[in-house]
Design a protein around this ligand. Sequence first.
Ligand SMILES: *Cc1c(COP(=O)(O)O)cnc(C)c1O
Length: 405
Amino acid sequence: MSYFDDALTQDLDAIRAAGLRRELRRVDSPQGARVTLDGRELRNFSSNDYLGLANHPALKEAAIRAVEKFGAGAGASRLICGSLAPYHELEEALAAFKRTEAALTFSTGYAAALGTISALVGKDDVIILDKLVHASIVDAARLSGAKLRVFKHNDGADLEERLQWAREVQGPKSKVQGRAPRVLVITESVFSMDGDLAPLRDLVELKDRYGAWLMIDEAHATGLFGTHGRGLADAHEVSARIEIQMGTLGKALGASGGYICGSRTLIDLLVNRARSFIFSTAPVPAAAAAARAGIELVQSNEGEERRVRLWSLIDQLKNALVGQRWQPPVVQSAIIPLLVGAEAEAVDLAASLREKGFFIPAIRYPTVARGTARLRVTLTAAHTAEDVRELAAALNGGAPRSADR
Ligand SMILES: *Cc1c(COP(=O)(O)O)cnc(C)c1O
């Protein structure tokens, strides 16, 4: 083995010793309530395809039609070889769905965060993040070079202290390169690993009071919350007061890609400055067409029926778990984290559930803080009451946990 592989093997050994080794598991079926994993059919409780759209005939049909009309590949960045119609149709549909002036799509949500945050703030500015925001936002904030501060999870009072601090360091009249220094607050609306909800009204009041900007990541809320699934900002009636609304097309919307919704000016600036948009080949047209079909579907009667079914399955699971081995969260989202604590124990539990025919991921550091490993159960509208009954029985059964949380 070369000295290169020797060095990497040491790294991998350290990862394994910490109980943090990860592996890909091959699936030979579409995503759905059941998946074929390593040749076995398992009940799938791991997916963010909350409305069961990833394998929906309407999305597949839209993707196939786009391939037939626009081909398989995109050719180049949209600024170089022209911008195919499916992206424009998708962006119009997104802006109408989110009720913003405009929208811009990226190849992933991760790329949307990376490109957008660095386009808006730089080294003379301040970013204030909720402690539990997604890795894409943390990476983007670091890349921007802005001064970074973190506020306690969902804690408005703590955010206010950081806003006060920013006001003091920036001073009332200071100007950098001819413009006033900026403060950007970023949070998720539904948190990806805890399933809890941000107090959006309080955050909007605060950022307005301090003249800061607010960016929210609706990755786990779009399609599920608000009228027609517009998101939590819509549900809390603060959508028009939030400068930057981000999300993914790859979760409840059933396809792939990331988006930013906001004013026309914001979108025009991103087209000029978001490096992950400018210097990256456009997504395949089929992805844009599928996402657009997903947006239509979540706003349809069928979308509403799927949301109703999902919320009823969530209630069913929580009721079946209460008072038993696990403490399900009180807040309502499709993400049900079951806290284990020790990394190795979470992995063992996930393995034993897999043996019983249930695919539920063990979520560990660095996705969550060390010592807060958990099983992350997600329900989708593609599940049945019977699926949930069997899941609850499997979770409630078995030997008691060895470690306290
Ligand atoms: C999944 C996710 C993203 C990234 O979106 P992709 O389209 O998967 O790249 C960003 N933020 C949050 C909170 C997410 O859960």
